[in-house]
Design a binder for this molecule. Structure first.
Ligand code: NAP
Length: 311
C-alpha cells in the first residue's frame, strides 16, 4: 500500500479499462475515494453488483470534487464525455483519458478544456480482447507501459500535475513514459492497430472462403489462426473508433505492409526460398527482442495449456 496519490478520482466509463483502474487503485491504495460513472444504465447496474467503487447518479456528480478525472470511454466518445465533465470539475483538477489514439484524444480534451484544469492525455499499453466491467482486474497495468502525451498549457502547476498523474500510474504498477501524441499514434499504428486490422481481416477471409466449411475452420483451427481469432474478438466499437481516428498513420503502415506482402507473394510464386528464409529469420529476431525486453513470456505457446503448433 502506498499513500493515496489523489484524495478523490472519478472514472468515467466502467468497462475493461475503467473497472481495472478502479480495482487497481483500491488494491494498491492509489486513491482515497473512487467515484464511477458510465453512460449505460446496464453497465452501472453491473458495476454496482460487482461492488466496484461508488457509482454516481450523473457525470457531473461523479467528477465534482475529483482531483483527477479519467475518461475510459471509446475514442469517438471522448469529446462528449470531456465536454460534459469539464464544467463540473474543480479548478486545478486533472483531466486524463486512456484512449488508444492520442492525437484525437488531445484534440477532444483540449476542445473541452476551459483554462482551469490540466489536460494530460494518456494510454495504457495493456488490455485484453474482453470488455465490460466484469472483464477488469487489478493487475492489468503491472509492468505495462503507460504513455502520457502532455500538451503545452498555460495552466499554473502543469509540471506538478504531470508528476502526480505519473505517480498515480506508477502506483497501479505501470512504467510511465511521456511522448508526443503524433509519435505515439505512428508507433501504435504498427504495433497494435495494424495487427488488429490483419486479425479482423484474416478471420473474415477464413469465414468467407467458399471452399472451406465453417465447421471445419473451427474444428481444425491451428494455433496461428486461433491466435488471430483472439485478437479479432476485441470490442468492435473501440476498434472502429481507433481506425477512424488514426487514419493517416494506419494507412501509411498498411501501404508498407501491402508492399512487403506482395514481395512475399512473389517469392512464393517464383519459388524463392532464400528470400522466404531471410524474411522469416529476421522475424524471429524481433520475437526474441520482445521476450528479452520483458514484453512477453518466452514460454512455449505463451504458456497456455492448449496445443498450438501447426498440429
Ligand atoms: P469497454 O469495456 O467497452 O468500456 C467502455 C465503457 O464506456 C462502456 O461501458 C460504455 O458504455 C461506456 N461509455 C461509452 N460512451 C460513454 C460516455 N460518453 N460516457 C460514459 N460512459 C461511456 O471499453 P474498454 O476496452 O475499457 O476501452 C475504453 C478505452 O480504453 C477506449 O478508448 C480504448 O481505446 C482504450 N483502451 C482499450 C484497451 C483494450 O485492450 N481494451 C487498451 C488500452 C486502451 P456502452 O457499452 O453502453 O457504450
Amino acid at each position: 500500500m502506498t499513500e493515496p496519490v489523489f484524495s478523490r478520482i472519478a472514472i468515467v466509463g466502467v468497462g475493461l479499462i475503467g473497472s481495472s483502474i478502479d480495482r487497481a487503485a483500491r488494491e494498491y491504495g492509489a486513491a482515497g475515494e473512487i467515484v464511477l460513472y458510465d453512460a449505460s444504465p446496464d453497465v452501472r447496474a453491473r458495476a454496482e453488483a460487482l461492488q466496484l467503487g461508488e457509482m454516481a447518479p450523473s457525470l457531473e456528480a461523479a467528477v465534482a470534487g475529483a482531483d483527477c478525472v479519467v475518461l475510459c470511454v471509446p475514442v469517438g466518445a471522448l469529446g462528449a464525455a470531456a465536454a460534459g465533465a469539464v464544467p463540473a470539475m474543480k479548478d486545478g483538477a486533472i483531466l486524463t483519458d486512456v484512449g488508444s489514439v492520442k492525437g484525437e484524444a488531445a484534440r477532444a480534451l483540449a476542445a473541452a478544456a476551459d483554462g482551469r484544469i490540466h489536460v494530460i492525455p494518456g494510454h495504457p499499453i495493456a488490455g485484453t480482447e474482453q470488455s465490460g466491467p466484469e472483464a477488469g482486474f487489478a493487475t492489468l497495468f503491472q509492468g505495462a507501459w503507460h504513455i502520457l502525451t502532455p500538451v503545452e498549457g498555460a495552466v499554473p502547476g502543469a509540471a506538478e500535475a504531470l508528476e502526480q498523474l505519473t505517480a498515480f500510474w506508477r502506483a497501479l504498477g505501470a512504467k510511465v513514459e511521456t511522448m508526443d501524441a503524433a509519435r505515439h499514434d505512428r508507433v501504435l499504428a504498427i504495433t497494435s492497430h495494424l495487427p488488429h486490422l490483419i486479425a479482423f481481416n484474416i478471420v473474415a477471409t477464413a469465414f468467407d472462403m467458399e471452399t472451406v466449411e465453417q465447421g471445419e475452420v473451427v474444428k481444425y483451427s491451428a494455433g496461428g489462426f486461433r491466435d488471430f481469432t483472439r485478437i479479432a474478438a476485441s470490442d468492435p466499437v473501440m476498434w472502429r473508433d481507433v481506425f477512424l481516428n488514426n487514419r493517416d498513420a494506419v494507412l501509411e503502415c498498411l501501404g508498407r505492409f501491402s508492399e512487403d506482402l506482395a514481395a512475399l507473394q512473389r517469392a512464393i510464386r517464383w519459388g524463392d526460398g532464400d528470400m522466404l528464409m531471410r524474411e522469416f529469420t529476421r522475424a524471429r529476431t524481433i520475437r526474441k527482442a520482445i521476450i528479452d525486453a520483458g514484453q512477453d513470456s518466452g514460454a512455449v505457446n505463451f504458456g497456455r495449456n492448449v496445443p498450438s503448433a501447426e498440429e
